[in-house]
Design a protein around this ligand. Structure first.
Ligand code: BT5
Length: 448
C-alpha cells in the first residue's frame, strides 16, 4: 500500500468511520431518532421561551376583538395579577419542558455512545481471544484490568454526560423559578397594592377591565361589547388608538403609551334627554382627578373640553344606544394627553398635555383610578339627587359657565353671545346680543 502523502490521506474519513460502525449504529436508530427529536425540541423550546409573555401581552392583554384568541381565551377581562401569574406559569412550563428535552437528548446520546462502543469493544475482545496463546498469556492480566477500568470509565462518562447536565438543568430551573419569584414579587407587590385599592375606591366601575395595547378606538370596542350585553361599569382601556374619534367624525390624536384612552359602558336609568349630563359627569370627574394629581388650574369648556392654559388636553365623546325614550346603554369615551412631550404641529396651537403644562410626568394609573373614583361620585349624585348638584359644580369650576363672550358653532347656525349657565338637562344657555337666552344642545364654543 502506498504511503499516505497528506494528512487528509492518513486520517480515515468520517464516512469510513461511520461505515465501520454502521451496523451497531443502525441498531440504535429509534434511540437516535428520539434523541434528535429531544435535541430539536430543546432548541425550539429555548427559542420559544420569550413567547408566552409575548402572547399574553399581545393576545390576552391586548386582545383584539374578532382575533382567533378572542374566541379561544375569554381572558381579556382578567385582572393584572391573574395575567402575571399566567405568564409566570407558562414560563415555568416551557422551562420545565425544555429541561426535560435537554435531559432526554443528553441521556439518549450517552446511551447510544455507550451501547455502540460496548458492542465494538466486545467484538474487539472476542477478536483478541482468538489471537495466539503467547499473545494471550502476555496480555491476560492487563486485559482484566483494562476491562474494569474501561467499565468504570464508562460509568464516569454516563455521570458526566447525563447526570451532570440533569443537575445543571435542575439548578437552572430552580434559579429561573427564584428569578421569576423575585420578578413576580416586585410586580405582584405593585399589583397587589394598586388593584384592590383601585377596585375598592372605584366601587362599581372597573370590575371588568378590557385592556388593549393597540386598538382602533376604545369607543368602538365598548359599543360592540355593550351591544353584546357587557355589564354596566365595564371599562375599555388602550395604550394606543389607531383611529381615536372625536365628535362629528373628527379624529382624536392618541399617542402610544403617553395618554389615557378609556371608555366606560354605562346602563343608566336615564331619559334620553338626560344623557348629555353624562358628558358633564365625565368632564367634572376628569377635572377633579387631574387637579388632585397635578394641582394645575383646569378649566372646562362646555360641553366636553378640559383646558389648561387655554389649551385642550382632554376630550370626551359620549355615544348612546337608545330605544323610544329610554337609554339602553351609553359609552363615555375619555381621552387625556398625559405624558406627551410634544404635540403634533397641526394641534400645537390648541392642544397640550399635563406634562407639557405641569413640567413633570404623571402616573396614568393614578389618574385613571382618580378619574373613575370621581366619576362614581358624580354619577351616583346624578342618579340620586338629579342634575342640580352637577350644574352647580360646573358653575364653580368652569369659567365658561357664566358671563363669557363666546362664539357658538351649532349644527345649523353660528353666533356670538354671552354664557348664562346651564339648564336642567346640561345644555349651555347663551344670551344673544339681542337679549334672548337660547339653549345650545350641541356644538362648539370658542372664547371670542
Ligand atoms: C373630543 O371631540 O374632544 C372627544 C375626544 C374623545 C377621545 C376619546 S379617547 C377614548 C375614546 N375613544 C375614542 O375613539 N374617542 C374617545 P371633539 O370635541 O370633536 O374634538 C376633536 C378635535 O380636538 C379635533 O378635531 C382636533 O382639533 C382636536 N384634537 C384631536 N386630538 C387631540 C388631542 N389629543 N388633544 C387635544 N386636541 C385634540
Amino acid at each position: 500500500m502506498a504511503r499516505p502523502q497528506t494528512l487528509q490521506q492518513s486520517l480515515p474519513g468520517l464516512l469510513r468511520v461511520v461505515g465501520r460502525f454502521r451496523f451497531y449504529i443502525f441498531k440504535e436508530l429509534p434511540l437516535i431518532a428520539g434523541s434528535l427529536l429531544a435535541l430539536f425540541a430543546g432548541i425550539g423550546l429555548r427559542l420559544l421561551e420569550p413567547w408566552p409573555l409575548q402572547i399574553v401581552i399581545d393576545h390576552v392583554i391586548g386582545l383584539e376583538p374578532g382575533g382567533w384568541l378572542a374566541g379561544l381565551l375569554p381572558l381579556d377581562a382578567l385582572d393584572p395579577v391573574a395575567l402575571l401569574t399566567l405568564s409566570a406559569l407558562s414560563l415555568v412550563v416551557i422551562a420545565g419542558l425544555r429541561a426535560l428535552a435537554d435531559y432526554g437528548h443528553t441521556v439518549g446520546f450517552a446511551l447510544i455512545g455507550n451501547r455502540v462502543t460496548t458492542q465494538v469493544r466486545n467484538k474487539l475482545y472476542r477478536h483478541l481471544q482468538l489471537l495466539s496463546l503467547s499473545f494471550h498469556t502476555q496480555a491476560r492480566g492487563g486485559d482484566l484490568v483494562v476491562r474494569v477500568i474501561g467499565d468504570v470509565n464508562m460509568l464516569r462518562d454516563v455521570a458526566v454526560t447525563a447526570l451532570l447536565p440533569l443537575i445543571a438543568n435542575m439548578l437552572i430551573l430552580v434559579g429561573m423559578l427564584a428569578f421569576m419569584f423575585w420578578l413576580q414579587w416586585e410586580l405582584a407587590l405593585v399589583a397587589m397594592a394598586t388593584v384592590p385599592l383601585f377596585w375598592l375606591l372605584t366601587l362599581r366601575f372597573s370590575r371588568r377591565i378590557h385592556h388593549f395595547f393597540r386598538i382602533d378606538s376604545t369607543n368602538n370596542v365598548a359599543l360592540a361589547l355593550a351591544a353584546d350585553g357587557e355589564p354596566h361599569g365595564a371599562l375599555v382601556l388602550a395604550e394606543e388608538q389607531t383611529a381615536g374619534r372625536g365628535r362629528l367624525g373628527r379624529s382624536w390624536y392618541s399617542e402610544k403609551a403617553s395618554g389615557i384612552y378609556l371608555s366606560l359602558i354605562l346602563r343608566p336609568q336615564l331619559a334620553v334627554q338626560q344623557a348629555p349630563l353624562l358628558t358633564l359627569v365625565a368632564g367634572l370627574a376628569a377635572r377633579d382627578a387631574v387637579v388632585e394629581a397635578t394641582g394645575l388650574a383646569v378649566d372646562i369648556r362646555w360641553p366636553n373640553d378640559l383646558l389648561v392654559n387655554g389649551k385642550k388636553f382632554c376630550g370626551i365623546l359620549t355615544e348612546m344606544q337608545a330605544e323610544a325614550d329610554r337609554v339602553r346603554h351609553v359609552v363615555v369615551g375619555i381621552g387625556v394627553n398625559v405624558n406627551h412631550t410634544r404635540i403634533p404641529a397641526e394641534l400645537e396651537s390648541i392642544a397640550t398635555s399635563l406634562q407639557l403644562a405641569g413640567g413633570r410626568p404623571c402616573s396614568r394609573l393614578e389618574l385613571v383610578a382618580g378619574l373613575l373614583r370621581a366619576f362614581d361620585g358624580y354619577y351616583n349624585s346624578l342618579l340620586n339627587d338629579g342634575a342640580a348638584p352637577l350644574i352647580a359644580r360646573f358653575g364653580e369650576v368652569s369659567s365658561y359657565a357664566q358671563g363669557k363672550r363666546v362664539r357658538v358653532t351649532a349644527p345649523r347656525e353660528e353666533f356670538i353671545g354671552t354664557t348664562a349657565g346651564l339648564d336642567s338637562m346640561g345644555c349651555l344657555l347663551i344670551r344673544r346680543d339681542d337679549g334672548e337666552v337660547v339653549p345650545v344642545l350641541a356644538g362648539d364654543i370658542r372664547e371670542t
